[in-house]
Design a protein around this ligand. Structure first.
Ligand code: NAD
Ligand code: HSO
Ligand code: ZN
Length: 430
């Protein structure tokens, strides 16, 4: 844990804070490549070997059947089922409104009609983590936008839980409307979704978060065969707060994201040295009685508590490009105007990240590791393609012909020019 003025950071300190997890990802590339190659070449047999090695369980058939979902409902408390249903409704509503903003349209000028139609991809694979915690909430966050976008085949993969799959994950998959579920996780599951195996047919897009192995695998398979959403690795939070923020709220919000993964990153930017020190002390106090201490002790090693004036805090945050950004200041919306990079923003002292993790309806699958500089969080857009269309009347073709013919000829593509000319033989002398 580092406590320092933003201006006093050395170049190396700043580099290692901003480039969190970059080295870890690079180090595991050979291991992950080997897993992916094996799955590509040996299919289910390789999946069985890796599942035995990493999840310590022998799985003969990875598919989840209807009876297992029925049994899952018997094991899950009704209170949990209704919480999932309520979260589902909020998430569905948010993504339906998102869909409304993606329009098909058409314009016409001089006999030339152009426009855009929107179509979903045919299939999507949703990775639902299940290593250090299990994530029924992630089922909702991945399956719901895919279904709202109109994807026909939505597949859930998640690491096995004993010989089966976590019953709450199964119930959430059923409520969200998943079409297929497979009990396989890690880089091997990403390989199966990308290349297909005897049991698991491949998909068009892979979405969802995971640890560094899963994230690295997604990045390696991404290309012309399969699309991915973006790197959504170990959870992160960056909090900007002023002197008035309550130490306990800020400290607890840092611990909340730090409990996900030893590689999670928690950053505090505050406006005075005294505030930085009092929040640090609060964190140490709360750590004495915390659950998931073994994970937190490791993730807090990456923690930075930095102080500076509000402009320095905003500049640092924009450079860091956090997954989650909390702004706990007197007027958070004033600061929001200057925010350029963040996966999702949480404004004010009553908006801790977990409300968005579970239930406000916004998506919790968000870019990590600085990727919010270039990617948006998961949304219906990722599952949709915008296809352009055009239709010309003979007058429209005539109107545009000189431009097309001139450019085709300058590129030396004479058949491009000719195919326009033959349609207008009776009209123009070209
Ligand atoms: N950014 C987001 O949107 C977001 C959302 C939710 C969760 N998360 C993150 O998802 C992650 C979940 O991680 P998790 O570990 O709990 O579950 P996980 O399902 O991502 O990973 C578990 C799998 O990792 C593989 N694995 C573990 N050790 C390995 C090794 N040494 N070599 C190769 N493979 C190995 C195993 O196959 C195991 O099944 C956390 O980092 C959490 O912060 C991120
Ligand atoms: N904070 C995670 C995204 O980084 C999402 C999550 C799921 N469950 C709890 N939290
Ligand atoms: Zn969380």
């Amino acid at each position: 844990m580092i406590v320092k003025g933003i201006k006093e950071l050395t170049e190396e300190e700043k580099y290692s804070i901003i480039n969190r997890n970059k080295m870890n990802l690079e180090e595991i590339i050979p291991t992950v490549k080997e897993i992916l190659d094996n799955v590509k070449n040996r299919g289910d047999e390789a999946l069985r070997e890796y599942t035995k090695k990493f999840d310590r369980v022998d799985i003969e058939d990875f598919k989840v059947y209807k009876e297992e979902i029925e049994e899952a409902y018997e094991k899950v408390d009704y209170k949990v089922v209704s919480a999932i249903e309520r979260a589902y409704e909020n998430i569905k509503r948010f993504h339906e409104i998102q869909l409304e903003s993606i329009k098909e349209w058409e314009i016409e000028k001089d006999g030339i009609k152009t426009g855009q139609i929107v179509r979903p991809v045919r299939s999507a694979g949703c990775y639902v983590p299940g290593g250090r915690a299990f994530y029924p909430s992630t089922v909702l966050m991945t399956v719901v936008p895919a279904k709202v976008a109109g994807v026909k085949r939505v597949v859930v993969v998640s690491p096995p839980y004993g010989k089966g799959i976590n019953p709450v994950t199964l119930v959430a998959s059923h409520i969200a409307g998943a079409d297929e579920i497979y009990k396989v996780g890690g880089a091997q599951a990403i390989g199966a979704l990308a290349y297909g195996t005897e049991t698991i047919p491949k998909v068009d897009i892979i979405v969802g978060p995971g640890n560094i192995y899963v994230t690295c695998a997604k990045m390696l398979v991404s290309g012309s065969e399969v699309k991915i959403d973006f790197p959504a690795g170990p959870s992160e939070v960056l909090i900007i707060c002023d002197e008035e923020a309550k130490d306990e709220y800020v400290a607890m919000d840092l611990l909340a994201q730090g409990e996900h993964d030893p590689n999670s990153s928690c950053i505090l930017l505050t406006t005075s040295r005294e505030k930085a020190i009092s929040i640090k002390n609060k964190i140490l106090e709360l750590m004495k009685n915390t659950e998931r201490r073994n994970i937190l002790e490791r993730s807090l090693k990456n923690m930075a508590i930095l102080y500076g004036d509000i402009t320095e805090c905003i500049e640092f945050s924009n450079e860091y490009a956090p997954e989650h950004l909390e702004i706990i200041t007197e007027n958070p919306r004033e600061i929001l105007k200057y925010i350029e990079n963040a996966g999702s923003v949480f404004l004010g002292e009553y908006t801790p990240v977990p409300v968005g993790d579970y239930a406000t309806g916004t998506n919790h699958v968000l870019p990590t590791g600085g990727c919010s500089r270039i990617y948006s969080g998961l949304s219906v857009d990722y599952f949709l393609k915008k296809i352009s269309i055009q239709e010309l009347s003979k007058e429209g073709l005539e109107c545009i012909s000189e431009t097309v013919i001139t450019l085709a000829e300058i590129e030396g593509l004479h058949n491009h020019a000719k195919t326009v000319k033959i349609r207008l033989q009776d009209k123009i002398d070209l």
